[in-house]
Design a protein around this ligand. Structure first.
Ligand code: UDP
Ligand code: MG
Length: 348
C-alpha cells in the first residue's frame, strides 16, 4: 500500500507545464464597484503574459454569495482576451471556501490567487510568473513588505499568532504571507489532494513543500468599499487557522498544566517546610482563593481549547461539502481557442 503521493509527473519547469497556462482565481464578495476595472486590468495582464511567456490565461471569478450586483456584472464580463469562468456559490461560505471552489474549477495548469478588491497589483503577477517559469519555483507567495500603517497592538497580535502556530512545527508558515500567490501545476495537484475540510490555505500552501520563494510587496489601497475582515472576524479566522492547522494550543495547554502543578507542588512543600520549622499555622484564606481562582480560570481556558478541537473533529467527521455551486458559466476566448486548438483538450 502506498501512503504517499507522487506528483513528479507534473514537473514545474517542463514546457508542458507552461503550455497548460495559468488560471487566475479571484474570490469576490460584494465587489461590484471594482469588478469591471479589475477585469480590464486582468485582460491587459493576460496580453502581457502571452507576449512575454507565451502563457495562455483564464480567470475564475468565484462569487461568494454576494448581496450586491457582483454576480450579474461578472456574468456580463467579456472573454475578449482570456477565458472567463464565473462560479457562483449558493451562499457566503467565506474566502477559504471560495478559493477552494476556484482551485477545483481552474482548467489551466498553474493557479494564481488574487483578491477582487484591487489590493493585489496585477502588475506584480509578471514577476511571480517569472519566478515560476524561469526560476522553477512551485509556490511563489507574496508578503507585506512592512506593517508600518498598522497599530502596535495589531502587529503584536500577528506576531503572537505566528509564534504560536509555528511553535514546534517542522514547516514554518512564513510571517506576513498573504493569499496572493502562484502555485505551479504540481503544487496545485498536491493542494487538491489534501482531504481536510477546514482549510487554511496560507498554512497548507507552505506545508506541501516544494520550492518556495517570497516576494515582498506593498498592498494597494482597496479600490472601493471596505474590508470584510474586522477585528472580530480576524480573531475568528486566527482561531480557525490555529485549530485546523496546528496542535500548538493543545501542547501549550498541557505545558501550562504541568507548570501550574509544579508551582502548586512547590508552594505546598514550602508550607510544609514553614510549619515544620516555625511551628506556626500559615494563614490560608488569601492563598486558597488565589490558588482556586487560578486553577479554575486555567481549567476553563483549557476546556475551551479542547472544545475548539472537538468542534473541528465534528466538522471533519460530518464531511459536508466545503461549498455548493449554484451557478456556473464560462466563456471561451475566441482568439485563444484559435491560437491553440489542440492544447485545450490536453488540459482538460
Ligand atoms: N471575500 C470572499 N468571501 C468573504 C470575504 C471576502 O470571497 O466572505 C473576498 C473579497 O471579495 C476579496 C478577498 O476575499 O476579494 C479579500 O477580502 P477583503 O479585502 O475584505 O480582506 P482583506 O484584504 O482586508 O484581507
Ligand atoms: Mg482586501
Amino acid at each position: 500500500m502506498i501512503l504517499g503521493s507522487d506528483v513528479s509527473n507534473l514537473s514545474t519547469t517542463a514546457a508542458t507545464a507552461v503550455a497548460r497556462g495559468l488560471s487566475i482565481v479571484v474570490p469576490v464578495y460584494n465587489e461590484a464597484a471594482g469588478l469591471p476595472v479589475l477585469h480590464q486590468r486582468l485582460g491587459a495582464l493576460a496580453t502581457r503574459l502571452r507576449q512575454r511567456f507565451g502563457l495562455a490565461c483564464e480567470v475564475v471569478y468565484v462569487d461568494d454569495g454576494s448581496e450586491d450586483t457582483t454576480l450579474a456584472i461578472a456574468r456580463g464580463l467579456a472573454a475578449d482576451v482570456l477565458d472567463v469562468q464565473v462560479v457562483s456559490l449558493s451562499r457566503n461560505f467565506g474566502k477559504e471556501a471560495a478559493l477552494m471552489a476556484g482551485l477545483d474549477h481552474a482548467r489551466r495548469g498553474a493557479v494564481m490567487f488574487m483578491d477582487g478588491d484591487g489590493q493585489h497589483p496585477p502588475d506584480l503577477v509578471e514577476k511571480l510568473v517569472d519566478h515560476w517559469i524561469n526560476g522553477g519555483y512551485d509556490v511563489v507567495y507574496t508578503a507585506k513588505a512592512n506593517r508600518d500603517n498598522e497599530t502596535f497592538l495589531r502587529r503584536l497580535a500577528v506576531r503572537g499568532f505566528y509564534a504560536l502556530i509555528n511553535w514546534g512545527a517542522r514547516q514554518k508558515i512564513p510571517e506576513d504571507a498573504g493569499d496572493f500567490r502562484l502555485l505551479s501545476p504540481r503544487a496545485v495537484a498536491a493542494l487538491k489532494q489534501l482531504p481536510e475540510r477546514n482549510r487554511f490555505f496560507k498554512g497548507l500552501a507552505s506545508w506541501i513543500g516544494f520550492r518556495q520563494i517570497r516576494v515582498d510587496y506593498e498592498p494597494a489601497p482597496r479600490t472601493h468599499g471596505v474590508t470584510t475582515f474586522n477585528v472580530m472576524r480576524l480573531l475568528g479566522l486566527s482561531i480557525e487557522g490555529l485549530t485546523s492547522f496546528s496542535v500548538a494550543p493543545l501542547r501549550f495547554a498541557s505545558l501550562l498544566g504541568v507548570l501550574l502543578a509544579s508551582v502548586a507542588f512547590l508552594f505546598g512543600l514550602s508550607i510544609v517546610w514553614e510549619v515544620w520549622t516555625t511551628g506556626k499555622q500559615v494563614p490560608g484564606y488569601p492563598s486558597l482563593v488565589v490558588g482556586l481562582m487560578t486553577i479554575g480560570g486555567v481549567q476553563l481556558i483549557m476546556i475551551g481549547i479542547v472544545g475548539e478541537y472537538i468542534g473541528k473533529i465534528l466538522s471533519e467527521l460530518k464531511a459536508r461539502p466545503i461549498y455548493f455551486v449554484a451557478e456556473h458559466s464560462e466563456k471561451r476566448c475566441e482568439a485563444e481557442a484559435a491560437a491553440s486548438p489542440g492544447e485545450r483538450t490536453a488540459a482538460e
